[in-house]
Write a protein that binds this ligand. Structure first.
Ligand code: ZN
Length: 138
């Protein structure tokens, strides 16, 4: 069995991801204030509720153009509470690009994309393979 298949199987037993409303608000506000540049960060879960995203680790520096240059994984501390990434699109598309999927496969289990105009209806979450997954807002 290939690693790829194994990963998919693990994914089928997917937990229901959750995000705190204040954390989502923070993401949307950050994306808004960074616009027209892109905003990027890492998603961190609660120490005790490991399926609940409750913090964003911001990547310092302003991003424009290729958003993926900002995800410097080697600069990340070893931190098992980080479960994935979030970044904004200055366009109205919240669908992952090929480059996004390449990024998703590199690191993490859950990835959020927030698109212009950065409202509750303009974001989506994806697994490592770019399949849409649900996050419940708490
Ligand atoms: Zn993207």
């Amino acid at each position: 069995m290939s690693i790829f298949k194994k990963k998919k199987k693990e994914n089928q037993i997917a937990r229901l991801w959750k995000i705190k409303k204040r954390t989502l608000d923070f993401i949307l506000e950050s994306a808004k204030s960074t616009f027209p540049n892109e905003f990027g960060g890492f998603l961190r879960v609660d120490q005790y509720k490991k399926d609940t995203i409750n913090e964003i680790v911001i990547i310092p520096g302003t991003i424009s153009g290729d958003s993926h240059a900002i995800f410097k994984f080697h600069m990340l501390p070893i931190d098992f509470s980080i479960v994935g990434t979030v970044h904004s699109h200055p366009s109205i598309s919240f669908y992952p690009s090929d480059a996004d999927i390449f990024l998703f496969r590199k690191y993490g289990k859950i990835h959020m994309i927030v698109a212009y105009p950065f409202t509750y209806n303009s974001w989506k979450a994806y697994d490592f393979n770019g399949n849409e997954i649900e996050i419940k807002v708490l």
